[in-house]
Design a protein around this ligand. Structure first.
Ligand code: UP5
Ligand code: MG
Length: 204
């Protein structure tokens, strides 16, 4: 994608930090197209005839990162569809597009592949809070979410993978001065205000 025509913001943070919740609010502020890598993988998992369905299910339950080719392809296709759809509204004139890419890249190989083959990101929003808080949120959500990874066993594995594989990605982008760190312990509204400020600077 032509970087002068698309703006990509990565949204990172531990499992249950509130990425999806915050993205939904930011869409209303800035007219983003919100793409959650996890949601795209879950949709592919459930798509009849997908050759990856079983593989994705196993990776997600184990909290492991699905091979990057699959995820990058799903994101690229979703971005192309959104651009072709020619949305109207702020930031979507003349083939331009604003994307919030949620829960990706969560491993260095994915970050490099996306930077090289799709496009470079302009900003990384990093939502941070304690494991205790994230566990509490996920167990609560698990009562109704139906997500196969919202159980204590899978959550522990997700925390481990996050520390081992995703934190290095955040450190990598910190060195490029792209990271806006936001304390996600506060209320949804308070976190939203801070996230909004960080993005407003980019579009100022
Ligand atoms: N909540 C949110 N904010 C709150 C606040 N401020 N105060 C109180 N409660 C708050 O929020 C979680 C819950 O907390 C909700 O009930 C919410 O109301 C409440 P949510 O916004 O859903 O948090 P989020 O950070 O989006 O949590 P999620 O569980 O989606 O994060 P994960 O990163 O674990 O999940 P994701 O869907 O991104 O990935 C799932 C799996 O897919 C991965 O483990 C991996 O196996 C696979 N995957 C890949 O393989 N590759 C990828 O590139 C991406 C995913
Ligand atoms: Mg999410």
């Amino acid at each position: 994608f032509d970087e002068s025509k698309v703006t990509v913001i990565f949204v990172l943070g531990g499992p249950g930090a509130g990425k999806g919740t915050q993205c939904a609010n930011l869409v209303k502020d800035f007219g983003f197209c919100h793409l959650s890598a996890g949601d795209l993988l879950r949709a592919e998992q459930n798509r009849p005839g997908s050759q990856y369905g079983e593989m994705i299910r196993t990776y997600i339950r184990e909290g492991q990162i699905v091979p990057m080719e699959v995820t990058v392809k799903l994101l690229e296709n979703a971005m192309r569809d959104a651009l072709n759809e020619g949305r109207d509204g702020e930031g979507w004139q003349d083939g331009r597009g604003r994307f919030l890419i949620d829960g990706f890249p969560r491993k260095m190989d994915q970050a490099d592949m996306f930077d090289d083959m799709v496009c470079k990101s302009s900003l990384v929003l990093f939502f941070t809070t304690t494991e205790k808080e994230m566990l509490k949120r996920l167990l609560k959500r698990g009562e109704t979410s139906g997500r196969e990874d919202d159980n204590e066993d899978s959550i522990k594995k997700r925390f481990h993978v996050y520390k081992e594989q995703t934190m290095p990605v955040i450190e990598h982008y910190s060195k490029e001065d792209k990271v806006a760190t936001i304390d996600a312990t506060a209320t949804i509204e308070e976190v939203h205000e801070k996230a909004k400020e960080a993005i407003a600077k980019l579009f100022a």
